[in-house]
Design a protein around this ligand. Structure first.
Ligand code: ADP
Ligand code: MG
Length: 626
């Protein structure tokens, strides 16, 4: 038996590795299975050029066997095996990848299927094992060798018996300690779930002896355990399949199996890209909002696979925030992984993929909107808010991307409309896109401010979500049409007569309005005759950028900045109440004060704003009754 030290630098590297590279211990199984799969691939590639060699998929497998009693876990494969020299160079030198060498020696342009490249994965076995034994017989060789190491003192190599070509990796699983439990690597259930999680799409069957129960023969109430060999992995990644081979059910099944959500997806997107960057992806737009979606706990991201092996559970960089609701996976062979294969080294490819995916999601949503309105509206009810946040965030950087996906309810049919639909049916004389903010459609309908716009026959968008007005402020305009609140100072509705009449009325009653303004002091900026009121006596509008709705929302925020809307009290000079105001102004200043306060408080109520002094308000009401 020969005994050899690990090369000096290897010793340190190994310690480092075992303790720091991998964030999760269970990864060792992914690494050993990936190696086994690579070893089978190598026979496959050899067979392509060697006529004496045939490759019959059937005969190739990976097998995982656990024995609790002896605390051993065995991973065996029918792959290409290793010669004595290969055992030494590939396993005796850390960071030496026989697989990487194989790829270049064989000029495998398409050899991207082979997973190994760093030459460290094997050592992850020492995270869970005290001793690792490798028994291997290389293809074309008559002798087998046994390599053994405890991970610190070097390794031994000696000849041994092995009938078939291939490799067996035997792990002596560590004893449990107070903090660490290693038993799951010996238990059927634990092993099965690790295989499913990381290696489900390895192309060769990963077999395990699984115990099941069955009724004992000849007995009605007795059962017996029996071992049965099962293939644990699904093998064929559905994302590598042709879209035409797959049905909607296949995609739904994958969605459920992967636990992307408990709902059914509203839509799936299957992408196969074979260009500057190669990747496959299956993405889903869920139908229902996950319960934690609008909470800080929600983590966006897609599963990331490299060569069918899971690298990352939630790769956040693949999704922009405004599409954070998208679920699914991406598989690419072109990623530069870091040494633990848990993270990406530099993200040029990833950026390209992310950009590509973003575009694709947008165009799919657009086609959903165009071709399946009902489903789109359902989607929008669940995630529209996120799109609106997307318009608002990053100072509007993504507004171009998102504006065509937005929808609002409108006064025309009380249905959701897109901005494009709104603009394309605007009458010729309409200059602005009008909107009204409020708690609900019913409330907005009752707002006095909507009267003139509605009478003009112009459509009004209902902003009932607190983000709406902020998002639209960021958008500023759509197809060169500016957005305008029905409560804004200048509605831009040209109507010579009304305008003139109200200006005249304001001038005529200037003293009255000034007196009212004095009574209200800094509660309002100005009191004036209204151009927009038809049947209501009074309303509050605003001048400047901040509307009353925005003031309400900003007030409710934790870091209340005390932003105030510049409020204007508008009086309907055609209303009977105006005559009473005039009369009071002439003869009874106290009454004028009473009326003014009442009207102001009414306007607040209509806007859904709190009345500063409700007791005074009810006393005032009583005063006019007696
Ligand atoms: P990598 O897979 O990144 O190359 P590893 O440390 O996982 O690095 O493995 C080192 C090398 O050992 C592999 O490149 C391969 O040449 C060899 N090897 C490991 N496991 C096996 C196996 N089951 N069969 C054949 N060769 C193997
Ligand atoms: Mg490897």
């Amino acid at each position: 038996m020969e005994k050899k030290e690990f090369k000096a630098e290897s010793k340190r590297l190994l310690e480092m590795m075992i303790n720091s590279i991998y964030s999760q211990r269970e990864i060792f199984l992914r690494e050993l299975i990936s190696n086994a799969s690579d070893a089978i691939d190598k026979i496959y590639y050899k067979a392509l050029t060697d006529d004496n060699l045939s490759f019959d998929q059937e005969g190739y497998y990976i097998k995982v066997t656990a024995d609790k009693e002896s605390r051993t876990l065995k991973i065996s494969d029918s792959g290409i095996g290793m010669t004595k020299e290969e055992l030494e160079t590939n396993l005796g030198t850390i960071a030496k990848s026989g697989s990487l060498a194989f790829k270049s020696e064989n000029e495998l342009k398409d050899g991207h299927d082979i997973i190994g490249q760093f030459g460290v994965g094997f050592y992850s076995a020492f995270m869970v094992a005290d001793v690792v034994t490798v028994i291997s017989k290389a293809l074309g060789s008559d002798v087998a060798y046994k390599w053994e190491s405890n991970g610190t003192d070097g390794y031994t190599i000696e000849p041994c018996e092995k009938e078939t070509v291939g490799t067996e990796i035997l792990l002596k699983i560590k004893e449990n300690t107070e903090d660490d439990n290693y038993d799951e690597y010996l238990e059927e259930y634990g092993l099965k779930s690790i295989i499913k999680k990381y290696s489900d799409f390895i192309r060769y069957p990963i077999k395990m002896d699984v115990t099941s129960r069955r009724p004992k023969e000849g007995s009605e109430d007795e059962f017996e355990d029996f071992a049965e060999e099962q293939t644990i992995n699904s093998m064929v990644p559905i994302w590598r399949k042709n879209k035409s081979e797959l049905t909607a059910e296949d995609y739904e099944k994958f969605y459920a199996e992967k636990h992307y959500g408990f709902d059914k997806p509203a839509k799936h997107i299957h992408i196969n890209v074979d260009g500057a960057v190669r990747y496959n992806a299956i993405l889903y737009i869920p139908e229902k909002t996950p319960f934690d979606f609008y909470s800080p706990d929600y983590e966006k991201g897609l599963e990331l696979y490299s060569n069918g092996v899971l690298i990352m559970n939630k790769c956040a960089d693949l999704l922009p925030d405004f599409f954070s609701f998208v679920k699914g996976m991406v598989d690419s062979d072109d990623l530069s992984l870091n040494i633990s294969r848990e993270m990406l080294q530099h993200d040029r490819q990833l950026k390209l993929i992310a950009k590509n995916i973003g575009k694709k999601i947008k165009s799919e949503l657009q086609s959903l909107l165009k071709n399946d309105r009902e489903t789109y509206e359902k989607f929008y009810q669940s995630f529209g808010r996120q799109l609106k946040f997307g318009v608002y965030n990053d100072f509007g950087a993504n507004k171009e991307t998102l504006q065509d996906l937005l929808m609002f309810h409108s006064s025309k049919e009380k249905k959701l409309v897109t901005l494009d639909e709104y603009v394309s049916r605007m009458p010729e004389d309409q200059k602005y896109i009008y909107y009204a903010s409020g708690e609900s459609m019913e409330r907005i309908d009752k707002l006095p401010q909507t009267e003139l716009v509605a009478e003009k026959g112009y459509e009004i968008l209902y902003f009932t979500d607190d983000i709406d007005e902020f998002a639209i402020k960021m958008l500023m305009n759509y197809k060169e049409k500016e957005f305008k609140s029905v409560s804004s100072g200048d509605l831009g509705i040209e109507s010579g007569e009304e305008e003139k009449a109200s200006d005249e009325a304001t001038n005529e009653s200037k003293d009255l309005f000034d007196a009212m303004k004095n009574i209200l002091s800094d509660k309002v900026k100005v009191v004036k005759a209204s151009k927009r009121l038809k049947s209501h006596p009074v309303c509050l509008t605003t001048e400047g950028e901040v509307t009353i709705e925005m003031e309400k929302i900003l007030k409710a925020m934790p870091n209340n900045q005390h932003v105030q809307a510049e409020k204007v009290l508008e009086i309907n000079t055609n209303h009977e109440v105006f005559q009473s105001l005039k009369a009071a102004f002439e003869s009874d200043k106290e009454k004028l004060s009473l009326y003014t306060n009442l009207l102001y408080n009414q306007a607040l109520l209509i806007e859904g704003l709190p009345i500063q002094d409700p007791v005074e308000f009810t006393n005032d009401m009583c005063k006019i009754m007696v």
